[in-house]
Design a binder for this molecule. Structure first.
Ligand code: IMP
Ligand code: MG
Length: 391
């Protein structure tokens, strides 16, 4: 029968609703990253919060009662004092704490609480481990990942990038990391602690003793989510494709559609770089203006919700990737929850690190089932890993 994770999160299809449950007051709009006092793993959670919501699945894509739980206590005072010692924030008289400073305090408060109990760290790919669209090259991050794996912490890249089980495609992105781990003479057992969840929650691979990825038998992990009808998933993608096409024509984006088995994307058309000067002031985004991509995400979500309603049985996510827009079957809430089920971990033993916790990003769904840290670039990821290792 179905084996649920210790903590069954409600699976959210998009996070527009989640953001409406963010705190109001001084931290309104802040990353609701740190996850505090619920104690996390209790079975009571499973029934009162998770299972009830999960039974509605796509229909209950929002948390039951609309609340995002805290999973650990937060060491806010200690974090504030450390950040203040670096920034001298409390000496200022005119400029208030910035969004960036508050984000850093919350991240540190979460890390201080998580590091002694951490057993699974999930990390986004683009802009978290490597710059958008680029491949992994950062040896500082590689060294820290090696240290985590060696001490028995599971490390999983949970990325929207989905290439089915074509492991060569993931090797293209992460190959240098694997070479580093090999050169560091990581034991087979330590290497086996590394996983990649591709396509949000669709394809799980594990690092083998020969430092190549190998698919994990789906019977071992897909039972941690309710099944979804393949025909409904295809219908959802057809609808999303049509909406993406129409919206991009309306907004005159220089874009084309890329359809995959479990996703549909709106990506930039190959263009003649010599003509870029003609798009005055918008050269760096190549005509794929952030504001327009945001508009498309919000409208395509609306189209899907209107058609599939609140009882939608298909998990999905629609997000702005910075230079593209994607609608995926699956989401990072499911991706992280299935790993928690596979390893039999409770949320307080996990941490998801990502760059996309804004209203149109794809890391926010992970927040319903895991403590999180919101980073802005791979340098910050290196700093997060450094802090986590200081136990
Ligand atoms: P992430 O930040 O690691 O989750 O990766 C997001 C980026 O992966 C998107 O912005 C896309 O550029 C890229 N990508 C490649 N394939 C897919 C896919 O199938 N779905 C969504 N994003 C994809
Ligand atoms: Mg990212």
């Amino acid at each position: 029968g179905t084996r649920w994770p210790l903590f069954c999160p409600p699976v959210i299809s998009s996070f527009g609703s989640l953001s409406s449950h963010m705190p109001s007051g001084p931290l309104a709009g802040m990353p609701h990253t740190a996850s505090g006092a619920c104690g996390g793993s209790g079975l009571s959670h499973l029934w009162s919060f998770g299972f009830g919501a999960f039974s509605g699945y796509g229909g209950c894509r929002h948390t039951a009662g609309g609340e995002v739980p805290f999973f650990t206590k937060l060491r806010l005072v200690e974090a504030f004092q450390r950040v203040d010692a670096i920034t001298g924030m409390t000496k200022r008289k005119v400029v208030p704490p910035s969004f960036h400073e508050c984000r850093t305090i919350l991240n540190l408060a979460q890390i201080l609480a998580s590091r002694s109990q951490l057993r699974l760290i999930t990390m986004d790919g683009d802009e978290t481990l490597y710059p958008d669209g680029a491949n992994f090259t950062d040896t500082r991050i590689a060294k820290k990942i090696a240290a985590l794996l060696q001490r028995g912490t599971k490390v999983a890249v949970v990325t929207a990038a989905g290439y089915g089980y074509e492991v060569a495609r993931y090797h293209e992105r992460l190959g240098l990391l694997f070479e580093y781990l090999k050169d560091a003479n990581l034991s087979a057992e330590a290497a086996g602690n590394f996983y990649v969840m591709g396509g949000e929650s669709n394809y799980l691979m594990q690092l083998s003793p020969s430092f190549t990825l190998a698919p994990v038998d789906e019977a071992l992990w897909t039972s941690f989510r309710p099944g979804c009808c393949p025909l409904d998933a295809q219908r959802l993608l057809d609808l999303a494709e049509e909406a993406l096409r129409t919206l991009s024509e309306d907004l005159k984006l220089p874009a084309c559609i890329l359809r995959k088995a479990r996703a549909v994307g709106l990506i930039r058309k190959p263009v003649n770089e010599d003509n870029d000067e003609s798009i005055f002031g918008f050269v760096s985004d190549g005509g794929m203006h952030r504001e327009n991509l945001e508009e498309i995400v919000m409208r395509v979500r609306r189209v899907i919700r209107d058609e599939f309603g609140p009882q939608c049985m298909v998990p999905w996510s629609a997000f702005n990737g910075g230079k593209d827009v994607w609608v995926d079957i699956g989401n990072k809430a499911e991706g992280v929850a299935m790993l928690q089920g596979l390893f039999q971990l409770s949320p307080r033993e996990c941490l998801h690190v990502g760059d996309q916790f804004g209203a149109s990003g794809n890391d926010l769904p992970a927040r319903v089932c895991s403590p999180t840290a919101w980073i802005a670039n791979p340098q910050e990821t290196a700093a997060v890993l450094h802090e986590l290792l200081l136990v």
